[in-house]
Design a binder for this molecule. Structure first.
Ligand code: NDP
Length: 352
């Protein structure tokens, strides 16, 4: 972050009450920015007090109601803004109706935000939270870069990934075809963990929780490309502030296997407090057995397991480090801080 705000105008943050959005709001306020946060239910958000209690919020945070599926919902919130950070999008793996619950809000919501931004003469840049889900939906050892696109997902295969891919493609088409006054910069985070400013359980945290409550009963052959939520938030703000930032940025720090995460937790005493998995299924037979077991999970989880079990998750984060100047936190430290935080919120399994 620069030493001073690059704009006196408020910065629009959609999904301000989300896991990532709330960290963006916090860092913007810390940086001296004025913030317009959109949430679906400002009355509830105010009553919970997690956003409104942030330092600087009294003077510089305004909350607006906006739903991704409501035409023109962002018009009021974006008025006079020069920068918008669009994080809001459903983040769920297993849903009843992928078109209704994932694709429609992701795609129509992104277009809605961009349409609202187009109406504003002052708008200079939109930073969009996409995902590595728009880059790939499987782990095959390929070194993923910003030039890769997910071409495998569909409504019936990894629909969350599909929603993120379609939403990001729609955003690029919007700026290429419509030539608005603003430019678009996209952040593609991987598996985001870290301390949460809000009580809701983030989907990515269910994996760590699953290691303590029996939902992941064995050491399975998965590799997670982890990144700290505070680094993800910082990447968004650096992308907003840096005039030469352009295109997509993979924001991920390092990969860890489930075996490595479990070993880390044991070495720090978590195995004495919670029942961590001991059975090793991270071998050829284990992959076969886990694939069979995955058939009894929800369709999104089943797809994720099928496309990631036994695979290596490789990515190149050099563009974000080079152009945004981001230095990633140590992911082992982040895993441990996340566990402390999940315990604090009461989200972990039963203690031994
Ligand atoms: P959260 O579930 O915490 O946040 C999602 C946000 O989207 C919430 O603020 C939610 O608002 C908002 N939202 C969902 N549906 C609607 C809707 N119909 N109208 C308005 N707002 C809506 O998840 P994250 O913070 O993790 O996700 C934020 C972004 O980051 C998403 O775009 C996600 O795809 C992306 N991402 C997340 C990763 C991760 O590991 N966490 C990895 C890569 C990308 P409300 O508070 O009102 O429910």
């Amino acid at each position: 972050m620069t030493a001073y705000p690059v704009t006196d105008s408020p910065v629009l943050v959609t999904g301000a009450s989300g896991f990532i959005g709330s960290h963006i709001v916090q860092q913007l306020l810390e940086g001296g920015y004025r913030v317009r946060g959109t949430v679906r239910d400002p009355v509830k958000t105010r009553a919970e007090g997690h956003l409104t209690g942030l330092s600087g919020a009294d003077e510089r945070l305004e909350l607006f109601a906006a739903d991704l599926l409501t035409q023109g919902a962002f018009d009021d919130a974006v008025r006079d803004c020069e920068y918008a950070i669009h994080t809001a999008s459903p983040y769920a793996i297993d849903v009843a109706d992928p078109q209704r619950d994932l694709v429609d809000p992701a795609v129509r919501g992104t277009i809605s935000v961009l349409e609202s931004c187009r109406k504003i003469d002052s708008m200079r840049r939109v930073v969009l939270t996409s995902s590595v889900a728009a880059i790939t939906d499987h782990a095959d050892g390929h070194l993923n870069t910003e030039s890769d696109w997910n071409t495998g997902s569909s409504l019936t295969r990894n629909p969350y990934y599909y929603s993120k891919t379609l939403a990001e493609q729609a955003a690029w088409q919007f700026v290429e075809a419509g030539k608005p006054r603003f430019d678009l910069v996209v952040i593609n985070p991987f598996f985001v963990i870290g301390p949460s400013l809000v009580p809701a359980i983030n989907t990515s945290h269910t994996s760590l929780i699953g290691l303590t409550n029996g939902h992941i009963p064995a050491v399975i052959a998965l590799e997670w490309a982890l990144v700290d939520v505070r680094d993800v938030a910082r990447a968004h703000i650096l992308a907003m502030e840096n005039p030469v930032a352009a295109g997509r940025y993979i924001v991920a720090a390092e990969s860890r296997t489930v075996r490595q995460v479990v070993a880390l937790l044991r070495s720090e005493g978590w195995g004495d407090r919670y029942k961590l998995p001991t059975l090793g299924l991270d071998n050829a037979l284990g992959v076969v057995l886990t694939r069979i077991a995955a058939n009894f999970q929800g369709p999104g989880t089943r797809d994720y397991m099928r496309n990631h079990l036994g695979g290596e998750m490789r990515f190149d984060n050099s563009k974000a480090r080079r152009e945004l100047g981001i230095e990633f936190r140590d992911v082992d430290q982040t895993v441990l801080e996340t566990m402390d935080d999940l315990e604090k919120w009461g989200h972990l399994g039963r203690r031994r």
